[in-house]
Structure formats: structure tokens, C-alpha cells
Design a protein around this ligand. Structure first.
Ligand SMILES: [Ca+2]
Ligand SMILES: [Ca+2]
Length: 398
């Protein structure tokens, strides 16, 4: 129970247990919050009974005892908290909720203010502040009902955007009763969901929760620059942007799909592909990525057997390097990044080289033959058979 309200509703309110007494000049305390009296406040009227020791039961609506055919009365509410009409009690007689010089209003906090009047009861005061008497005794009557002006647009019984449809769920601009705007997208405004990023996919039997991208079903290596991406942007994804760069340079949005052919960037080494997913409103997810090692076996072949790059770099007019020189220069080229790179990079490169023969034996058929094929007959000692590319000191660092 929140705030002492039996049921909490801003459209069908009750009287809280904390603040439930009004004061009758002639008849003393009137309790609007007894459980038997069951007072309810709706946009159109009050129902139920108030009770006072002197006043007895006071009916707020003829519908309480199905007597409207005999005498049609009620305390009416205009939906904005302005009360009018009459209550009736055998002892209290008729009580006017909008008498000359008085009147009762439920404010935006659900507090009754002002005063009603009856010939028998005299003035009935709903809040001590009305008569500046709170220092003597503090009292008020409070409901959890709220005037339409104090409610969200999608729960105020008003056609705020004049489209003929009112509130959630009838107005398509409303995503919930708490939605503060009835205006739907077609009319130029945006619903609240327009400002939400896409919801990450939930955990499934195949994948953990969260956005995902997987290159070539997750294998470590590829010899082709063309790969297949598997993407999961969740149910809100409408568009996506894919890039070979973490800053998404030159990337543009495209319709979301769960599978896509993709071309890895130029150059060798580890390729990372980045993706983010967009809602229909253009809100986007976090960036997720996957990596694959491109062309590692070919790299060995190119660099050692066919030093094409080196040949091209020989300026015109100079004689070509002898085979030994060429191989030596390639070896030092290969070693360069290893020797100069930080330990982490060395480890990566080392893993890659070792991985050729150890981690992925199934992908490198007959590794020994491969090595033979890749290493030219006249290769310097360092290149022969053993693959001692890595200086001992560097390996010891790992
Ligand atoms: Ca509305
Ligand atoms: Ca509307």
C-alpha cells in the first residue's frame, strides 16, 4: 500500500488513510476514508460514503444504493478536479459542493481544498490551510486520483493531438499510459521509444545476450578477402552500419540483415570488422566487432618465395639484389616488427607463426611439406627447416 491508498490509481482514486478528515462547523469530523464507506474518485464523480459520529453516513452519489430514480444527486467531478453537485445524509441533509462563496477543488497533488456547505452541517472545510488553522490542528483529505492536467497525455482522457483518438491504447502515438505525448510520428512528433537505443538480443541456446558479429562462423583464419558476416542486432534493428575501421569512416547505414558478404580491408594481418545497429528512429547500439587473421599462409609464401615487393622497390637502373641479399632483407623485414614491437605484439605475431603449425593443424595440410615448399633451397641458414625466425631473447620475454 503506497501512501495509505487501498488501490493506487490516478484515474480511479481512493482516499488515503493518512489524510482523510474534513471538518464540519456544526457536526465535527467527517471521515472520507473509512473502508466501509469505500469512497472512490473518478473523472466524472465521487461515489461511496463519508462518515461522522454526529453526521452519520453521508452518501456522495445516488448510485450507492440505486436510488437515482428517486432522487438523482451526486458529487460531480469535471475531470479537472472541480467538484459540484450534492451529497446527502439522513442527519447531515443536503451538502452543496459548489455553494456560493465556497467550492471544493482537488488539486494536482490530489488534495481537496476549499469548502462545501450544508444547512445542517454548516461549512465543511477540507483542509486546515483554508482557514489558516493548521497550527491548531492539522488535517486534510487526499486522494491518489489526479486532475487531467496533472496526468500524462496518454492517460488524461483528452484528445491532445486532435486526431480523434484518445489515450493509450487507442491513440497510436501512445506507447503506454505513462507516455507524455499523444502525438504520433506521422503527425510530426516522436513517441518516447524514438529516443531509445535498440534493445540487445536476449540469451539464446546458440549465443549469449548482446549484439554480435561473427566472421566466417568464427574460424581464426581466412585466405580470402571475401568473408561472410553473421549479425544479430536484436528485434529493434532496422538498419546497420559495417566498417573495417572502428571510427566507421566512409560507412553508411544499410538495411539490417543477419547475413552479409563482406570484403576485408587491404593489407594483411588481423582484420577487424565493426558493426552498429540502428532503430527505425536512428538510435544506435554500442559497437561490436569480430576479428579474423587474413592470408597468413600466403604471407609466408609471398614474403619468402616471391619477394615481389622488394623487387619493385629496386630503383630503375640498379641491379637486382642477389637472391641471398633478397632473402636476407626479407628475413630482417619479417623480424623487424617482432624485434621492435612491444611484448604484446611479439606474442601475437609469435602465436600466429606458431599457430600455423600448432593451433590449426587441420587448416595447414602437411605442415612440413608446406615449409619445404615455402622456403627456397638457397635460403640462408636461419630460414632452413627450423623456422627460428624469432630471436631467442624475444622468445624468452614471452
Ligand atoms: Ca490524451
Ligand atoms: Ca489523440
Amino acid at each position: 500500500m503506497v501512501g495509505g491508498f487501498v488501490s493506487t490509481s490516478i484515474t480511479d482514486g481512493t482516499i488515503g488513510s493518512a489524510n482523510k478528515y474534513a471538518w464540519s462547523e456544526n457536526m465535527g469530523w467527517l471521515n472520507f476514508g473509512t473502508s466501509e464507506g469505500n469512497v472512490h474518485i473518478s473523472d466524472s464523480a465521487l461515489t461511496g460514503y463519508a462518515y461522522g459520529e454526529n453526521a452519520g453516513w453521508i452518501s456522495l452519489n445516488c448510485s450507492n444504493d440505486n436510488s437515482c430514480a428517486v432522487s438523482n444527486y451526486k458529487v460531480a467531478n469535471d475531470g479537472y478536479g472541480v467538484l459540484s453537485g450534492y451529497a446527502y445524509g439522513e442527519n447531515a441533509g443536503w451538502i452543496d459542493f459548489k455553494p456560493t462563496g465556497g467550492g471544493v477543488i482537488i488539486n494536482s497533488s490530489g488534495e481537496f481544498s476549499g469548502q462545501a456547505y450544508g444547512e445542517n452541517t454548516g461549512w465543511i472545510i477540507f483542509d486546515c490551510s483554508t482557514t489558516n488553522s493548521c497550527t491548531t490542528v492539522s488535517y486534510k483529505v487526499q486522494t491518489d486520483w489526479r486532475p487531467r492536467t496533472a496526468r500524462s497525455q496518454c492517460n488524461n482522457a483528452i484528445d491532445d493531438d486532435n486526431d480523434g483518438k484518445i489515450d493509450y491504447p487507442d491513440d497510436p502515438g501512445c506507447s503506454s499510459l505513462e507516455d507524455t505525448s499523444e502525438t504520433d510520428p506521422a503527425a510530426g512528433g516522436l513517441p518516447v521509444v524514438a529516443y531509445n537505443p535498440p534493445t540487445p538480443p536476449a540469451t539464446t541456446s546458440e549465443a549469449p545476450a548482446g549484439f554480435s558479429i561473427v566472421i566466417n562462423n568464427g574460424v581464426e583464419y581466412t585466405n580470402s578477402r571475401t568473408v561472410t558476416l553473421k549479425l544479430d542486432g536484436g528485434t529493434d534493428a532496422v538498419n546497420m552500419a559495417i566498417s573495417n575501421f572502428s571510427d566507421f569512416r566512409n560507412a553508411s547505414q544499410e538495411p539490417y540483415q543477419t547475413t552479409k558478404e563482406w570484403t576485408l580491408s587491404e593489407g594483411e594481418e588481423i582484420k577487424t570488422v565493426y558493426v552498429k545497429f540502428f532503430t527505425e528512429w536512428g538510435q544506435f547500439s554500442e559497437i561490436v566487432s569480430d576479428s579474423i587473421i587474413f592470408n597468413v599462409s600466403n604471407k609466408v609464401e609471398e614474403n619468402i618465395s616471391k619477394p615481389a615487393e622488394v623487387s619493385q622497390e629496386v630503383p630503375a637502373g640498379q641491379t637486382e639484389m642477389r637472391e641471398e641479399e633478397r632473402s636476407e632483407s626479407k628475413v630482417s623485414e619479417l623480424l623487424k616488427p617482432i624485434v621492435e614491437a612491444p611484448v604484446r605484439e611479439i606474442k601475437k605475431t609469435f602465436d600466429k607463426v606458431v599457430g600455423l603449425f600448432k593451433s590449426k593443424p587441420e587448416e595447414v595440410a602437411k605442415p612440413e611439406e608446406e615449409i619445404k615448399k615455402l622456403v627456397p633451397e638457397e635460403a640462408p641458414l636461419a630460414m632452413k627447416g627450423e623456422w627460428s625466425l624469432l630471436p631467442e631473447e624475444s622468445i624468452n620475454l614471452l
